[in-house]
Ligand binder design. Sequence first.
Ligand code: SF4
Ligand code: SF4
Ligand code: SF4
Length: 697
Amino acid sequence: MSNNGLRPVIRIIKENCVSCHRCIMACPVKMCNNGVGDVVEFNSDLCIGCGECIHACSHNARIGIDDFDTFLQALKAGTKIVAIVAPAIAASFGGDYLKVNGFLKKLGVKALFDVSFGAELTVKSYLAYRHKKHPPLIISQPCPTLVTFIEMYRPELIPYLAPADSPMMHTMKMIKKYYPQYASHKIAAISPCYSKRREFDAVGIGDYNVTFKSIQDYLDRTKDRISQYESLPYDNPPAERAVLFSTPGGLMRTIERYDRDVASYTRKIEGSPEVYDYLARLGKTMQNKKTPMYSLVDCLNCRMGCNGGPATTARGKHIDELEESVEKRSVTARAHYGNTKGYKRPLGKGKLEKLLNDYWEEGLYDRSYTDRSAIFKRLVKFPSRQEIQGLFLKMYKKGPKDILDCGSCGYVNCEQMAVAIINGLNKPENCRHFIEIQKKMINEQHKQEIEHTITTVYGHTLDEMHKSIEGIGSLSSNINETAVSVQNSSTAVEQMVQNIRSIYENLEHNAQTVLKLNASSVEGKNRISEIGGLIAEVAIQSDALIEACKVIGDIADETSVLGMNAAIEAAHAGDAIGKGFAVVAGEIRKLATNSGHQAEEIAKSLNNIKALIDNSTKSSLQAQEQFDLIVSLVDSVKNEEGTIKNAVETQNNGSQQVIQAMHDVNGLIAKIKNESAALLVSGNAVIEHIQSLKQTL
Ligand code: SF4
Ligand code: SF4
Ligand code: SF4
């Protein structure tokens, strides 16, 4: 609750504010805003809760506060709640407005009451007051924003506020008095307006202000649609044409039922700033004790009445679209009471009148108001003309031409802005004129600085520029020479690389040959080794044969000795026997002699062969040694070749990199060449510009 007994109904989301000051422009009371900082803040003590800044702010930095969340929590906690529904419901929910009742019932609301019937009771209270007291002026008070405005900013009008409750308060008091079963229930007002909550605080009845917008936001959040719910009637009697109360002039059109001439003494006015200007002038009229032109003021804060209230879903809708459902409803409501063709009845007659009498009682719906102007007077001081003039001078406002009254700061005119600045609610930097003058001064200062710079440039830099241009010219020709020599080097390196490549290819070829040679040498070595093995075997066998020949020789010698002995014996044996025996012995000796000879010959041959074999063995061993030498030589050739190949390969790769680098250098040189040429051109252009700049001074 604020110092003024008024709870905040608007809040600011600072991070969204871009300090555009549209909220100040839209605000009918201005001084509740503070534009000194980077965001426009506001003082709830001075805010009348009109919600104009919510509509004006396209950055969603101002939003309304209602009781939707606590209402939901209370229902979930089992709190017994009845709801009263404002007539503007038909504008926000169209033909589905009775389905809102279904939605509320589903949430757990116990009963539903139509505030339009409360509006009928309100009209009855107004007319009763008018007939009884004959006041010079009655200002209607269904709009809590306008009531707060009068209480805080136009207290001189408080005596003229209708001393009767609003339709919502009539409905709430009616429930308490005539519906005892709900007398202890909490009451939620389903409303199009954030400032309604302040009325509950002022009167002391009403527990939750639940706005249409919050209901729609909830449905959107839960991906629900109102059309899904059941249409449910209200629990109180239906209204007649007071269903029009949410539309501008609704009060007047309801009174018309009783008084055809109501328009002749009624001022219908709504919307900011018109209604506020009107009330300001009306205050002066009443202070001056003049008779007002109209004795009844049917006024609302919002341009489209409560149908387009700040907490409705009406934003962006056309006024006809908003009023269509309300008008249709009024036709049905009139038909219910038999008033089909705008038929007017005298007060106190008919079915509706009987009903109203049942729910009305003198004094029950009386309302009083509080003068809240002290806090405004305390917080906002009205400076003297001198103070304003003094501030104007600080804002470079030296004459009438400087008082633009353009409204860019958000205030109605320069004087109002001056009042805000003197009260610490704004700053000169937010004045368009101030900014323009400062801009000019800064421009003048910059101009002088620029002139000074140009003169310096002309005097000192031009020479330097010429020198630079010359330098760039000679750099250009040096670059050309460098480009030629780099090109030549590049060609030579490429040739060298070509040679290295062919050496590499030859080495590659040699490597293949060496590999083959190596394979052949190893093969030869293996073969020689095999032959050596065979020769050794033959030598062993030759040794065995020589040994066999010796045995044969020894046998032949023994045989010869035996043959000799036989011949001797044959000589002893006589001619007959000995002769034959001697022949045999002789033959044996011959045979033995021949065998011995043969064995000798064979042994000789074998010894010769053995000598040859030994020679072969020696030769094959030597050949084997030679092959070993060849293989090791081939190996070292192979290794050397590999080393050379690697070296050549490394050199080849390195050379490729050298070529790439040379190419890069070539590209770079070409680029430098182009850029130095462009530099030459732009340097000359700079000189021309400096010269022409100097001429313009
Ligand atoms: S309208 Fe006001 S609150 Fe919104 S961005 Fe502009 S200055 Fe900030
Ligand atoms: S709600 Fe109305 S009075 Fe309050 S700051 Fe916004 S525009 Fe001003
Ligand atoms: S000239 Fe400055 S102070 Fe005057 S209305 Fe324009 S912006 Fe506001």
